[in-house]
Design a protein. Structure first.
Length: 282
């Protein structure tokens, strides 16, 4: 495990997936502790896809590749490139990953930085391919809700029409279901997650606050530059995932062609991709 800290926060990471396993603010834990009775994750990083592909495969330049749900990075050991002064940098290189399920050459860095009571998470991807690179990347932090999620609400930065896109099995449909119109608040309840997760596109808000109504504890999640926001839990579990994604699950009408996939990102030859999201105890 790798640990960084400042005067307020102590963050602990696994080399496997460069995954955040613990974030304590003045001694109080805020990240789900991976109890297998509900879910073994805590904050996996999703790369090179977010969620699933139809038949767990994609097509690129006429060849079919297999890819597990949420990609492979969360199961791979990252190199610890540097640690110190409230920051840690993890590196995943294509040179250390099999090419049979993803044909691109890259360096993928995840840079965690503490600032006051905030943890910044930077995704930094360099394309080393002799051509374009196609990918998705996303976050999956699970915030601990020890009182039960029904005592929490998500407050959006701006007023929203909370129309969540619906899943048909593991795939995304074009149908939506309303969870509130002209509102800035989503009251959490286990019944929201009977069909897996809530998927929001094109939100006006660039941040949300997870608000504990019993204690008034708040966690602010910033996600500027991320086109999708997902909310998920296992019904009955004492955590909620707030997930900024640059990418989305396959649509039911997909042709499996990777460059045409909804939400796919592209880096030109020799180029870079950067995104930062953060969460702060407020």
């Amino acid at each position: 495990m790798i640990t960084i800290s400042n005067e307020f926060l102590t963050a602990t990471f696994s080399k496997i997936g460069a995954e955040l396993k613990s974030l304590k603010c003045e001694g109080i834990e805020h990240i789900w502790y991976s109890d297998p009775a509900y879910w073994t994750g805590s904050s996996p990083v999703l790369f090179p896809i977010c969620s699933g592909l139809k038949d767990d495969e994609f097509i690129y330049e006429g060849k079919t590749y297999s890819m597990p749900k949420h990609g492979f990075a969360r199961r791979v050991e990252f190199e610890v490139e540097s640690v110190g002064d409230g920051t840690a940098t993890f590196l995943l290189s294509s040179a250390n990953c099999p090419k049979d399920n993803y044909p691109f050459e890259y360096e993928f860095r995840i840079i965690y930085t503490l600032s006051g009571k905030k943890l910044n998470v930077e995704y930094n991807i360099r394309n080393l391919t002799d051509g374009d690179m196609y990918f998705s990347v996303g976050a999956h932090e699970a915030y601990l809700c020890p009182e039960g999620i029904e005592n929490y609400e998500i407050v959006f930065e701006k007023t929203e029409n909370l129309d969540a896109y619906q899943l048909v099995g593991p795939l995304l449909s074009d149908d939506t279901k309303s969870y509130g119109q002209n509102t800035d608040t989503l009251q959490l309840d286990n019944s929201l997650f009977e069909n897996d997760c809530l998927i929001f596109k094109n939100l006006n808000s660039r941040s949300v606050i997870l608000h504990n109504k019993l204690t008034n504890q708040k966690i602010k999640v910033d996600f500027d530059g991320f086109n999708y926001l997902l909310v998920w839990t296992v019904p009955g579990a004492p955590f909620i995932c707030i997930e900024p994604w640059c990418g989305i699950t396959d649509n039911v009408n997909t042709n499996k062609n990777l460059p045409e996939k909804e939400g796919i990102e592209k880096i030109e030859k020799g180029g870079f991709f950067y995104r930062i999201h953060s969460f702060e105890i407020v």
